[in-house]
Design a protein around this ligand. Structure first.
Ligand SMILES: NC(=O)c1ccc[n+]([C@@H]2O[C@H](COP(=O)([O-])OP(=O)(O)OC[C@H]3O[C@@H](n4cnc5c(N)ncnc54)[C@H](O)[C@@H]3O)[C@@H](O)[C@H]2O)c1
Length: 247
C-alpha cells in the first residue's frame, strides 16, 4: 500500500515550484490532490497532468489571502470528497526590500499571503479535521525565519510567525487527533530565488555543508514523511531541510 493511499490533500500554491513537485509526489503515493492557487492556467494544466497519470486531482482558483475564498473552497472539497486529511500551507510570495525602502504595500502583501493566508486556510480546513478526529497540517516556513535575512522584514516576520502558529495549533488541535508541523526549506532552486544575484547564491553555497541548492523534491519528501503514518507522534515541530546551512 502506498503511504498516502486515499488521503485527500490540499496543497496551496501547487501550480508551480515546490508545491507542484509535492503534488506529483503525493499523487505517486496514492493521494487525491486538491490544488489551491491564483494561477488558473498553470493550476488546471497541473491537474490535467496528474489525472493523465491516473491520479485523482482537482484545481480551485483560490486566493489564500481571502478567508471567504478559503472557507468556500474547503466546503467544496469536503462536499466532493467527504473528508480533508492533509493541508500543506505552501503558497507564498516575496517582495524584498530593506527596512528603509520597503513600501507599506509590500509589507502588507507578504503578510496577507504568507501569514494571514495560512491562518485562513487552517481556520477553514481544521473544522473538518476536528469532526473526523484526525488530520495533518503542514506549514511552510523558511530557513530565514531561523536566522533572519537582509531585505526581508515582511517575509521573515511572516515565516517566523508560522513557527509560532505551528506550536499554538499543535497544542490546540492535538487532543483532536491532528498533528501540526512546519518545514523550513533552505534555498531551493525554484522561480522564487531566480531574482537572487549569483554572487549571493555562491556565498550561500559556501556556507552550506552539503554544497548545493535544495531541489523541490527535497522539500516534497519531507512533506510526504510528515503527512504519513510514520510521523503520527510528531507535532509542533519545525523540520529544517536546508543542506545544513543553519548549523
Ligand atoms: N524557493 C525557496 O528557496 C524557498 C525557501 C524557503 C521557503 N520557501 C517557501 O516555499 C513555498 C513555495 O515556494 P516556491 O519556491 O515553490 O515558490 P513559487 O513562486 O515557485 O510558488 C509559489 C506558488 O504560490 C502561489 N501563490 C502565490 N500567492 C498565492 C495566493 N495568494 N493564493 C494561492 N496561491 C498563491 C503561486 O501562484 C505559486 O504557484 C513558499 O511558501 C516559499 O516562501 C521557498
Amino acid at each position: 500500500m502506498k503511504v498516502l493511499e486515499n488521503k485527500v490533500c490540499i496543497i496551496t500554491g501547487a501550480a508551480s515550484g515546490i508545491g507542484w513537485v509535492t503534488a506529483q509526489k503525493f499523487a505517486n503515493e496514492g493521494a487525491t490532490i486538491v490544488i489551491w492557487d491564483v494561477q488558473k492556467e498553470k493550476g488546471e494544466s497541473a491537474v490535467a497532468e496528474l489525472m493523465a497519470s491516473g491520479a485523482k486531482a482537482s484545481f480551485q482558483l483560490v486566493n489564500t489571502a481571502s478567508f471567504e475564498a478559503t472557507e468556500q473552497a474547503a466546503k467544496e472539497v469536503f462536499d466532493t470528497y467527504g473528508k480533508i486529511d492533509v493541508i500543506i500551507n505552501n503558497a507564498g510570495i516575496t517582495r524584498d526590500a530593506t527596512l528603509a525602502k520597503m513600501s507599506i504595500d509590500d509589507w502588507q502583501k507578504v503578510i496577507d499571503v504568507n501569514l494571514t493566508g495560512v491562518f485562513n486556510c487552517t481556520k477553514s480546513v481544521s473544522p473538518y479535521m476536528v469532526n473526523a478526529g484526525c488530520g495533518r497540517i503542514i506549514n511552510t516556513s523558511s530557513v530565514v525565519a531561523l536566522y533572519g535575512n537582509f531585505g526581508q522584514s515582511n517575509y521573515v516576520a511572516a515565516k517566523s510567525a508560522l513557527i509560532g502558529l505551528t506550536k499554538v495549533w499543535s497544542r490546540e488541535l492535538g487532543r483532536k487527533g491532528i498533528t501540526v508541523n512546519a518545514v523550513a526549506p533552505g534555498f531551493i532552486a525554484t522561480d522564487m530565488i531566480k531574482t537572487v544575484p549569483e554572487k549571493v547564491i555562491n556565498a550561500l553555497l559556501e556556507k552550506t555543508p552539503l554544497q548545493r541548492l535544495g531541489q523541490p523534491e527535497d522539500i516534497a519528501n519531507a512533506y510526504v514523511f510528515l503527512a504519513s503514518d510514520a510521523a503520527s507522534f510528531i507535532t509542533g515541530q519545525c523540520l529544517s531541510v536546508d543542506g545544513g546551512i543553519t548549523l
